[in-house]
Design a protein around this ligand. Structure first.
Ligand code: IPE
Ligand code: IPE
Ligand code: MG
Length: 261
């Protein structure tokens, strides 16, 4: 085992997260603390989204998945939901061109058929415009829930079986993964949650099976590059064992990446 190769794996393949997912929480409390309406917090949150995307591009992450609106968020007061939908339209109208310029491949994951036509049209336009971009994959989870994702993937698989195109005995974890909203993308390495809560709130349940978690009390509108950096540094110090032990993981990486030796 040559030490140079060991360093290469540690730096590029083992420690740096490829897929980061963020639960952007705390907008409402941020606004309330300042005596403002909650929508001010959501608007301020858009600026933090820009910072997170910029950071992800700069640090060459492959995938950034942002939880923008959960399937459960429809339970909020009608006015807040209306305000959030208007903000979503505004963001799609104003941010997509610049994302395209930065070679970002934008995908909206979730049950988008529940959105009105105006939003659906913009989502389709944004996805089509950026579909061939080879830079950061940016997933915006909107009307998303992890349980819904598993159910919709299972329904698609059941249809393939019904048509005789898939043998139930050939269904594997890899096949189910491909039928989820995140499709061919790698599993989540790191989940960041702002806003002080220590829960998953129905986000990417399948994809986070072996993710590392990083929680902060910082409210989402106060998120910035330095906080993202802290999360990344914490991740890079962790030892991911996947149920094995360190020695075993290193030897597996060498088996998988024998081309480095
Ligand atoms: C997260 O912030 C944004 C959405 C869920 C849309 P919140 O609106 O949940 O803010 P808090 O948690 O109430 O402060
Ligand atoms: C999670 O935040 C959803 C998003 C950030 C979009 P919530 O504020 O909805 O989560 P709970 O209700 O505190 O679990
Ligand atoms: Mg919240």
């Amino acid at each position: 085992m040559c030490s140079n190769n060991y360093d290469l794996i540690n730096k590029r393949s083992y420690l740096v997260p490829s897929h980061v997912a963020i639960i952007m929480d705390g907008n409402g409390r941020w606004a309330t603390k300042q005596g403002k309406l909650r929508i001010f917090g959501h608007r301020a949150g858009v600026k933090s989204v820009r910072k997170a995307v910029k950071f992800a591009i700069k640090h060459k992450l492959s995938v950034l998945t942002l939880y923008a609106f959960s399937s459960e968020n429809w339970r909020r007061p009608v006015q807040e939901v209306i305000d959030l939908m208007e903000l979503f339209i505004w963001a799609l109208d104003n941010e997509v061109k610049s994302l395209h310029k930065y070679n970002v491949n934008l995908r909206v994951i979730g049950d988008i058929e529940q959105f009105n036509n105006c939003i659906q049209k913009r989502i389709h336009y944004a996805q089509k415009l950026t579909q061939h971009n080879k830079g950061l994959v940016l997933n915006i989870a909107a009307n998303y829930s992890g349980r819904w994702d598993i159910v919709q993937g299972t329904k698609k698989i059941a249809k393939q079986v019904q048509k005789g195109l898939l043998n139930p005995d050939h269904i594997t974890e890899e096949i189910l993964s491909i039928y989820l909203c995140t499709q061919e993308l790698p599993p989540v390495d790191l989940v960041i949650r702002t806003g002080g809560e220590h829960r998953v709130s129905n986000f990417l349940l399948w994809q986070i099976a072996y993710a590392e978690f990083w929680f902060t009390d910082i409210l989402w509108p106060d998120f910035n590059e330095l906080i993202f950096q802290d999360a990344l540094h914490s991740f890079m110090k962790r030892e991911r064992r996947y149920g094995g032990n360190s020695q075993e993981i290193i030897s597996k990486l060498f088996v998988k990446r024998g081309d480095f030796c």
